[in-house]
Design a protein around this ligand. Structure first.
Ligand code: 5GP
Length: 206
């Protein structure tokens, strides 16, 4: 779909990105999640082809060689990548893709993706982020420290993004995400080609 937007979302872990994306997908049928390919092992409840396409290191390397990815990166010791095929699949179905990528992915897509809207989700404060990471009870103390260190590093990269959503309240954050997309869709640059199909003569008398 020409001129259709692509929504790229990044956030430090614990900022609530996955919850916000899932809420948006439940509420609004215009969007589809871009399923990345990864070499990390599935977590409990993750289904191959839904959360990620899970592949081996060798398979991932082959995909790099075949130029299958629009971007790929190593995150926390595993490979993650967005395939060109996945973007085509979503857009051929008439939907808007949502990409969940780390800041390296954000930076790469900024250079390679047309019509991207780049959104960064951040926690209200570093103290709240730490509390959220602890409440998840999924990480060891060492891991929480590492994630916090990475979060502080990632937060400094906010300038890559067009919009920043402070996730203080989930419904409000989802509302702001939808509003950003709606405003982007109304941008005159995106509507220009539609207006040009209206035809008619230029009339300077009115
Ligand atoms: P997780 O393993 O927790 O699902 O994801 C770890 C990180 O990898 C998250 O920051 C997520 O945004 C990022 N990620 C997921 N898919 C991709 C991808 O296709 N490309 C890049 N660059 N990062 C990704």
């Amino acid at each position: 779909m020409k001129n259709s937007i692509r929504v790229v979302i990044s956030a430090p872990s614990g900022a609530g990105k996955t919850t916000i994306i899932n809420r948006l997908l439940e509420k609004n049928n215009n969007f589809r999640f871009s399923v990345s390919t990864t070499t990390r092992k599935p977590r409990r409840g993750e289904i191959n082809g839904e959360s990620y396409i899970f592949v081996t290191d060798d398979e991932f390397r082959n995909m790099i060689r075949n130029d299958d990815f629009i971007e790929w990166a190593e995150v926390h010791g595993h490979f993650y990548g967005t395939t060109k095929k996945e973007i085509d699949r979503i857009e051929e179905g008439g939907h808007i893709p949502i990409f969940d990528v780390d800041v390296q992915g954000g930076r790469a897509l900024r250079k390679k993706l047309d019509n991207g809207v780049f959104i960064f989700i951040i926690p209200p404060s570093i103290e709240i982020l730490e509390k959220r990471l602890r409440n998840r009870k999924t990480d060891s103390e060492k891991n929480i420290r590492l994630r916090l260190k990475n979060a502080i590093k990632e937060l400094k990269e906010f300038d890559i993004y067009d919009y920043i959503i402070i996730n203080d309240q989930i419904d409000d954050a989802v509302y702001r995400l939808e509003s950003i997309v709606a405003a982007e869709q109304c941008k005159k640059e995106r509507i220009r080609s539609i207006i040009s199909t209206f035809g008619g003569e230029d009339d300077n008398t009115t």
